[in-house]
Design a protein around this ligand. Structure first.
Ligand SMILES: NC(=O)c1ccc[n+]([C@@H]2O[C@H](COP(=O)([O-])OP(=O)(O)OC[C@H]3O[C@@H](n4cnc5c(N)ncnc54)[C@H](O)[C@@H]3O)[C@@H](O)[C@H]2O)c1
Length: 340
């Protein structure tokens, strides 16, 4: 029995590789339609799921009657898509980063508040199964008191031109990649980030973008925990997804790419000849299943729209710190880093 129907906005890399196949695996969930800028790409993404293809979100919302809109398009589309969903009285899931700026995020939160609908923030990192196991280890006291957390998220090259245009993406590696690292650090520090020192520059993609392709952040949490984030688009030919938790009695290291026993980086890019599904190992299936459960039960989510706003507040402080050369305070209106 179908009880939740989803309209997916975006038919690119992430919608096709992760969200559409994950949604299709969730019992009781129907993919009602796919919206993209071209009819052909919407149809190619929608076809395998028996969904309809659209280029106009308002018309798709009227025609499909979907319960929730899953926004998996570039950041400049996030605010208008979430506002359209709210206007039609529909819930929304919004992929990271929530928006290009805190002002946009606040407008999105205001729109769903006024409509009485819900907004979920689709950041997969806190849903990674290996991190849940790490959390169990930490909560069992096996590494003592956590005092430092660290994450490295890197790729060699963004795959679409909009990433290089800060007008569309909202910035560079900080807003695109460090959002994942900040989410990890907040998940294990268990307190709000109060200040950030960040340094960043453009090393590999100078000439193609003014945005930073490499960033190093240090975070201070309200409980004294220290966080480090190393995030880039400059890891030529490679990828990184590592997380560490340091305690007074031990340390946990998660190399999330090691879930793939065989990784080959060569002229054809990355390949995993013995693939394990990323939508499971990277937490996307668990995350989308959690959002659907929240819609069914009305339960609070581990990742509300306000969580995405919190992450952006840290990004905002990091960007200000790069410009000022000083440590900058985080302007957050809601408590972040709370343990779900
Ligand atoms: N780990 C992650 O969570 C993760 C990984 C990759 C990308 N992302 C995010 O997913 C989002 C999309 O990235 P991508 O890699 O799929 O990009 P992409 O360039 O591969 O695809 C973008 C898609 O959005 C569609 N689109 C653009 N403008 C639109 C509009 N106005 N209305 C409807 N559709 C529109 C395009 O037609 C295209 O299908 C970004 O916010 C990105 O940051 C998240």
């Amino acid at each position: 029995m179908t009880d939740v129907s989803v309209l997916v906005v975006g038919a690119g890399f992430w919608a096709r590789e992760m969200h559409l196949p994950a949604l299709a695996q969730l019992p009781g969930v129907r993919i009602a339609g796919v919206v993209a800028t071209s009819e052909a790409s919407a149809a190619a993404a929608a076809g395998p799921y028996g969904a309809t293809a659209w280029t106009d979100l308002d018309r798709a919302l009227e025609a499909t009657g979907a319960d929730v809109v899953d926004v998996v398009a570039p950041p400049d589309v996030h605010r208008p898509a979430v506002e359209a969903a709210a206007r039609h009285g529909r819930h929304a899931i919004c992929i990271k980063p929530l928006a290009r700026s805190l002002d946009e995020a606040d407008a999105m939160l205001a729109a769903v508040r006024a409509a009485g609908t819900r907004l979920f923030y689709a950041e997969n990192v806190p849903f990674i199964p290996a991190l849940h196991e790490a959390r169990r280890v930490v909560d069992a006291g096996q590494i003592g008191d956590v005092f430092r957390v660290k994450a490295c998220e890197g790729i060699g090259e963004p795959h679409s031109s909009w990433f290089f245009d800060p007008g569309r993406s909202g910035g560079g590696a900080i807003i695109d990649m460090a959002v994942h690292s900040i989410a990890f650090c907040a998940y294990f520090a268990g307190a709000p980030v109060t200040s950030v020192y960040a340094d960043a520059d453009t090393y590999v993609w100078r000439g193609r973008t003014d945005a930073e392709d490499t960033a190093v952040l240090t975070l201070r949490f309200a409980n004294g925990v220290l966080g480090q984030c190393e995030d880039s688009w400059s890891l030529t030919g490679a990828m990184d997804s590592r997380f560490e938790i340091f305690g007074t009695g031990g340390r946990v290291l998660i190399d999330n790419l090691h879930r793939q026993p065989l990784q080959v980086a060569g002229a054809g890019g990355w390949s995993y000849p013995l693939p394990l599904p990323g939508l499971v190992a990277d937490g996307h299936l668990a995350m989308l299943g959690h959002f659907v459960d929240c819609l069914r039960t009305g339960a609070p989510s581990r990742s509300e729209g306000t969580t995405g706003r919190d992450m952006l507040a840290v990004v905002d402080a990091a960007v200000r710190s790069v410009a000022s050369g000083r440590r900058e305070n985080v302007h957050s209106t809601v408590p972040q880093g709370g343990r779900p």
